[in-house]
Design a protein around this ligand. Structure first.
Ligand SMILES: Nc1ncnc2c1ncn2[C@@H]1O[C@H](COP(=O)(O)OP(=O)(O)OP(=O)(O)O)[C@@H](O)[C@H]1O
Ligand SMILES: [Mg+2]
Length: 374
């Protein structure tokens, strides 16, 4: 918004948040600090506590324990309508009997803002979401994407310091979603609000967020930038939830030259360290693996595998492998790389020591049904 009184985003501090429904601990000791103006996404499998966390922040639910601070003010006991947060939820429920302008101005009326200011803020908000001139239409006269943008305009109209969005693009088809993602980035830049965004779409999370908090069973498993989570996952869950991975499992060994993973008769050098004797895995992203017919020289870590399948995907080619322990792995190579390896071959897969991430054995993420990873 140009004459930007621009809502400066507010810092958000969640400390030890907990919410239990009967025996189900929906949110379990969630602690998260968000910088003013930051765009943070809560990502995780279905039922992992994302919506409950957002509802606690919005004030639609009461925590059993913990603190919620916005802009340094403790809101833990403040009713939702006094928290002054912009909220866009998936079923955005526009008022069908009100026109677009009245829908967008609804929160402003409730705040007793005078008519002239209201008109100005509504016009501004509609411009921001690219719906200038649509103020007199009814919601039923708009497309799904336009209705979604009205809901967004309604949330940003009073320039809230914090915007909370729960799967706001969930109802849209892929093309509109991509378009709305770009809009959201632009709006976030222009409005300057702190955004807490919920999605279970990893690509959307990567495209939009400064940082991503990955939820698993009510707790935050890891928080970081997309690069942190993809390149330096801290648990097997993160490694298998975000993007594709190949995991070579074995037993940790130490000697004077460093830490190794014993996998059958192979000893693989690893970059990190874990206690000797513990079960662990080296996780390597498929694009960092190389397939070869012959054993590579010892500048690379390598194991012998069976090539199961080759899939041509346009810009890349994907190979499914069987690892020594019987589990499957993946290699992705550019189609411009002419690999001599074919399905049915016994071959080698190798990687640079520093491209492997040593992780303790742990829970894996369940495969995502509507997997949207690239
Ligand atoms: N009002 C409620 N009563 C009882 N259980 C609830 C209630 N709301 C949520 N839960 C439970 O709490 C857990 C977390 O739910 P939540 O809605 O926060 O998950 P989510 O991460 O948003 O999932 P999704 O991606 O499916 O929207 C789930 O096990 C859910 O069944
Ligand atoms: Mg949810």
């Amino acid at each position: 918004m140009n004459d930007s009184s621009a809502a400066r985003g507010a810092a958000i501090d969640l400390t030890g948040l907990r919410r239990q429904y009967g025996p189900v601990v929906a949110v379990d000791d969630v602690t998260l600090s968000i910088e003013p103006g930051e765009f943070v996404t809560l990502l995780g499998p279905s039922g992992s506590g994302k919506t409950t966390t957002l509802n606690l922040l919005a004030g639609f639910e009461k925590p059993d324990a913990g603190r919620i601070e916005v802009g340094g003010v403790d809101l833990s006991r403040t009713p939702a309508h006094e928290r002054n947060l912009g909220v866009v939820f998936q079923n955005y429920a526009l008022f069908p009997h009100l026109d677009v302008a009245a829908n967008v101005g609804f929160g402003l009326r409730q705040r007793n803002i005078d008519r002239a200011t209201r008109t100005r803020l509504v016009t501004q908000a509609l411009e921001t979401v690219d719906l200038a001139g649509m103020g007199h239409r009814r919601p039923s006269q708009l497309s799904g994407g336009q209705q979604q943008r009205v809901a967004l305009a309604r949330a940003i109209a009073y320039q809230p310091p914090v915007l909370l969005m729960d799967e706001p693009l969930g109802a849209l088809d892929r093309k509109l979603r991509d378009q709305m993602q770009l809009e959201l980035r632009r709006i976030h830049r222009e409005v300057g609000s702190t955004v807490v965004f919920v999605t279970h779409d990893q690509e959307e999370a990567l495209a939009l967020s400064d940082r991503i908090a990955v939820f698993n069973r009510g707790h935050i498993e890891q928080v970081g930038t997309g690069i942190d989570l993809y390149e330096r996952p801290e648990t097997m869950f993160i490694a298998t939830f975000l993007g594709e991975s190949t995991i070579v499992r074995g037993t940790v060994e130490h000697d004077t030259r460093g830490t190794f993973l014993a996998v059958g008769s192979a000893r693989l050098r690893v970059a990190g360290t874990l206690p000797a004797g513990s079960r662990a895995g080296v996780m390597v992203r498929p694009e960092r693996l190389i397939l070869s017919k012959d054993q590579p020289d010892d500048s690379r870590e390598a194991i012998e595998i069976d090539v199961l399948e080759e899939v041509y995907l346009g810009s890349t080619r994907k190979f499914a492998l069987r690892l020594p322990d019987g589990t499957e792995g993946l290699v992705r190579e550019a189609v411009t790389t002419a690999s001599a390896v074919r399905p049915g071959d016994r071959a080698w897969v190798s990687w640079r020591t520093t491209d492997g991430v040593l992780l303790p054995e742990g829970e894996l993420a369940a495969p995502d049904e509507d997997e949207s990873a690239p």
